[in-house]
Design a protein around this ligand. Structure first.
Ligand code: T5A
Length: 217
């Protein structure tokens, strides 16, 4: 019987509702007695949060695509060693707001960095670590951006063009299509309550995945 925890990630474009729904799923899982931590990328560790500030600061307007990519993986390396791996090794669940699928979507899909470059860094930094389950919240780019704008000032990445975010969305949908075993797509275009109903259904599916993993299936 495996005692290792379960690694669950939330993904999607800007303003899709990841933070809102991650909090909802967290409550459902805790009610089921699941011991978990909630974290995010970029960030998740003290150093990672400093790197996040650099990445999202609107004054960092001359970061080139490779520097951005390496900063994301530097933050990720620290996050994995400091928080994700210790939690999983202790049998805890890790609920993470974005992970490497975001790098494929934003840096490869959005910025045009070769997928193979991201893949090489993924292998180097993660040494086999991959999410067990990924929830992709999907909504039209204009809708997500309107929600993000409604929340306040846009950060450096949120100021990208609509074309950039269309490429990000297309990359996420393609990743989901290629990883049907771990991806679930939630229609985030509907009301918060209706999205919650979908998350409730996904929570049942997540728990059944966990049972399968725990029993060594
Ligand atoms: N990034 C990240 C990369 O480029 N590469 C990487 O490898 C990684 C890891 C920061 C940025 O970093 C980039 C991507 C990002 O640009 P982030 O903070 O996770 O990452 O990015 P955001 O998408 O900006 O996250 P947000 O916290 O801003 O948005 P959420 O979490 O998706 O949305 P949320 O829950 O805050 O909701 C936004 C607003 O919409 C409302 C909410 O109440 C809130 O006001 N809302 C709804 N309104 C109507 N109907 C619904 N169904 C709604 N759901 C939520």
């Amino acid at each position: 019987m495996s005692t290792r925890g379960f690694f669950l990630t939330f993904e999607g474009g800007e303003g899709v509702g990841k933070t809102t729904n991650l909090g909802y799923l967290e409550n459902i899982l805790q009610d089921q007695g699941i011991d978990l931590i909630v974290t995010r990328e970029p960030g998740g560790s003290e150093l990672g949060e400093k790197i996040r500030e650099l990445l999202l600061d609107t004054r960092s307007d001359n970061i080139n695509a490779m520097t951005e990519l390496l900063l994301l993986f530097a933050a990720r390396a620290q996050h994995i060693s400091e928080r994700i791996e210790p939690a999983l090794a202790a049998g805890q669940w890790v609920l993470c707001d974005r992970f490497t699928d975001a790098t494929y979507a934003y840096q490869s899909g959005g910025r045009g960095v070769a997928m193979d470059t991201v893949k090489r860094l993924e292998e180097l930094v993660q040494v086999g670590l991959r999410p067990n389950y990924t929830i992709l919240l999907d909504v039209a780019v204009e809708t997500g951006m309107a929600r993000a704008r409604g929340r306040g000032e846009l950060d450096r990445i949120e100021r990208e063009t609509m074309d950039f975010f269309e490429r990000v969305r297309a990359s996420y949908l393609e990743q989901a299509r290629c990883n049907l075993d771990r991806y679930r797509i939630v229609d985030a275009s509907v009301s918060i309550e209706e999205v919650r109903q979908q998350i409730l259904g996904v929570a049942r599916d997540v728990l059944s995945h966990w049972e399968t993993q725990r029993s060594g299936g």
